[in-house]
Design a protein around this ligand. Sequence first.
Ligand code: UDP
Length: 251
Amino acid sequence: MAQTSGTPAPTDGIRYKRVLLKVSGEALMGQREYGLDPEVVNRVASEVKAVVELGVQVSLVIGGGNIFRGVKGAASGMERASADYIGMLATVMNALSMQSALERMNVTTRVQSAIPMASISEPYIRRRAIRHMEKGRVVIFAAGTGNPFFTTDTAAALRASEMGCDALLKGTQVDGVYTADPKKDPTATRYEHLTYLDVLAQDLQVMDASAISLARENHIPILVFSIHTPGAFAEVMAGRGRYTIVSEERE
Ligand code: UDP
């Protein structure tokens, strides 16, 4: 991938040139039951800034589960597609919050929405998004895929594929994929490496199955790490720190 003006050459030891980070809406809630915790949003934004400063081209997909989840809306009697559209709108609110936090830290950003909302964001245009990243701007993809019955995990894998990202990052509450929930089971152990098929066959909670399949088809490794550990995102970019990698072959 050619370096163009705007992006510094990646710092030595950095393994990835262009990445997409998926953060769930719930990861931005902090201790709250609902919505956003501005302190957490700022902390995540500073993690992103640190990686941009390493010369890595960064794009983001933020979920909406902290505000609205389509499945839940449907369970209470709403038509599923309508509920999903509300969920997509929730991701736009989160994207704008993250944009604002990043811009306050002098990181240039663009929000591109899969559902056109001309007054507040650009429409999603693949080649324009790539160009933004080449110029060192962080592109935040909002409104998921723009289609009901999908999730933001799938949107993340889709956009990472379209952008030609060389890694898909999933920032979670813990530092990788475990045999069981480490917050509930003290004997749970962390996987260093998994194949896409391991994740699918064992139904491990990494990303949903369509996201895993898409990443697999497009040979994009998925790196699962803790979004709450300061400096972890930058460490993962250098192949250091604690994370689980999901790829085709066992290393
Ligand atoms: N959604 C959708 N299509 C998409 C992405 C998201 O319909 O391409 C809706 C869906 O209702 C979902 C909600 O938006 O429940 C919020 O996204 P998600 O649950 O993936 O957020 P996260 O769990 O990552 O916070």
